[in-house]
Design a binder for this molecule. Structure first.
Ligand code: FAD
Length: 443
């Protein structure tokens, strides 16, 4: 095995944070590797751009933690987030999340009743059952389920309960972290990462040069081993182990493959085994981010506003300048409207102007007069934004969490693990998984 490693590189598929974390780990362990990125730049979902007016656009709102910044040597290049809070907009009212909702007697009674029942019964297999058992039927039916359905494009009965379990931070812990946040005046991460326990020492920051500089910094350390515009088209398995890959039509013998590609394409790429059959059914949700540029303050009450009512085209609004003021010019604001969609559907194919109009019309109902303050928009379309946890393939998803089932193939990262992972979890999980992968390969 060691001979095979010495003569052949490990192939890494993808130059997002997962692929780059794997690359740095292999470099530190002196394992030869080549990182192939199909596009012309590293960063993947962490790409960001700044326009001439001084607005920055990420693929949806992105921020990291000081812990991750420190781990990649970027503490000095990051500044702390100014503020963060979430509200829910429902029938013309704004409730702060989660405590404001609990000041409403109907939601409080429903949640308390559900909690007392959930002590004796299980939380169910579907998202609908899970949310009803955790929050009560009112909160579930009016807020949690419509939001999950808008975001995923699937019915609450089709979605696995794991979608809710992934996001939960206990109320007592949340209160403790919020109190610490108030005292320290820092935006402490709550419900952000799970690989390393959340603590009062972990707060949100953002790199001065934009979120993509995180990947650029990592790439600088392994620049000579990165091949851009290089799409891995096939992974070939022989005698039950990965033997080679095909990149841009050329075959390359490899010691192993670390893939960050979306899992549903792997069955089409792999040759010589049917161990990955079934993964092609896994679905991802596409997202459109309509970034509206505005004169003056946005009119939203906090950084994130959840909008569960189905009459609105978006399910989430973010005032990015409220949390990260340096991403918008002085005297201006920017609202990012998140629209869940399918590649090719009526929203995906709508013109940028059409989407802008759609969002402004809907926002007029929430923030009268916003149209007069509009000064343009930038639309970002992301074809694979969120893995959708469907009950139909939940068993296969859980098995996939454990291993790929193919010797010499490791799948990591958000789309590679098919998990709602944020950057910090991607980073630590990838390091841990790559270590185990190397051990299994005899290194
Ligand atoms: C809307 C949204 C908001 C988010 N907000 C936050 C946030 O605030 N904080 C946070 O920490 N995280 C956030 N995240 C999550 C974060 O973006 C991801 O966890 C992280 O970027 C995933 O990195 P990755 O390397 O796993 O995947 P990707 O970034 O998708 O990288 C995969 C790379 O592989 C390449 N590739 C694919 N197939 C091939 C192939 N066959 N050959 C070669 N290359 C290939 C792709 O081009 C891509 O560059 C957010 C995600 C979304 C969608």
């Amino acid at each position: 095995m060691i001979n095979a490693i010495e003569s052949r590189p490990v192939a890494i598929l993808g130059g997002g944070i997962a692929g780059l974390t794997a690359a740095l780990h292999l470099k530190n362990h002196r394992v030869p590797f080549v990182l192939f990125e199909s596009s012309d730049a590293v960063a993947g979902l962490m790409k960001s751009e700044r326009d001439d007016e001084g607005y920055t656009y990420d693929c949806g709102v992105h921020f990291l933690t000081n812990r991750l910044a420190a781990a990649i040597g970027m503490s000095k290049d990051c500044q702390p987030m100014a503020r963060y809070g979430e509200t829910v907009h429902l029938r013309g009212r704004c409730y702060s999340y989660p405590l404001g909702l609990l000041t409403s007697p109907k939601y409080l009674t429903s949640a308390l009743f559900a909690k007392s029942k959930s002590l004796i019964s299980s939380s169910g297999a579907t998202a609908r059952q899970y949310y009803s058992s955790q929050y009560g039927s009112r909160l579930a039916e009016e807020i949690a389920i419509p939001l999950t359905e808008a975001w995923s494009g699937a019915d609450g009965d089709e979605i696995a309960s794991a979608v809710g379990q992934k996001f939960s931070t206990g109320l007592a812990r949340m209160m403790m972290l919020r109190t610490a946040a108030k005292m320290t005046k820092r935006v402490i991460g709550i419900g952000y990462a799970s690989t390393i326990v959340e603590s009062t020492n972990s707060w949100h920051v953002y790199p001065r040069g934009g979120i993509s500089t995180v990947c650029q910094r990592m790439a600088d350390l392994v620049r000579g081993s990165i091949k851009l515009n290089s799409k891995v088209e096939q992974i070939r398995v022989s005698n039950d182990r990965v033997e080679s890959i095909v990149v841009n039509g050329e075959s390359l013998p490899v010691a192993g493959v670390i893939s960050t590609a979306p899992v549903h394409v792997l069955p089409r790429m792999i040759r010589g085994t049917n161990a990955l059959d079934g993964l092609e059914k896994f679905e991802y949700r596409a997202m459109i981010f309509v970034n509206l540029k505005l004169d003056g303050p946005s009119g939203l009450t906090d950084v994130v506003t959840w909008v569960p009512e189905r009459s609105y085209p978006f399910f989430r609004l973010s005032d990015i300048g409220m949390g990260l003021p340096w991403l918008v010019p002085k005297g201006k604001s920017q609202i990012t409207c998140d629209i869940g969609c399918k590649v090719g559907d009526e929203h995906w194919t709508m013109s940028d102007d059409g989407l802008t109009e759609l969002c402004l019309n809907a926002l007029e109902k929430m923030i009268p007069g916003i149209r007069q303050r509009s000064c343009g928009s930038r639309v970002v379309r992301v074809p694979l934004a969120y893995p959708i946890f469907k009950v139909a393939y939940e068993a296969k998803r859980k098995a996939w969490e454990e291993c790929s089932g193919v010797n010499g193939l490791l799948s990591v990262g958000r789309n590679g693990e098919f998990a709602h992972l944020l950057m910090e979890d991607v980073f630590w999980r990838t390091r841990w998984k790559v270590s185990r992968f190397l051990q299994n390969m005899g290194l």
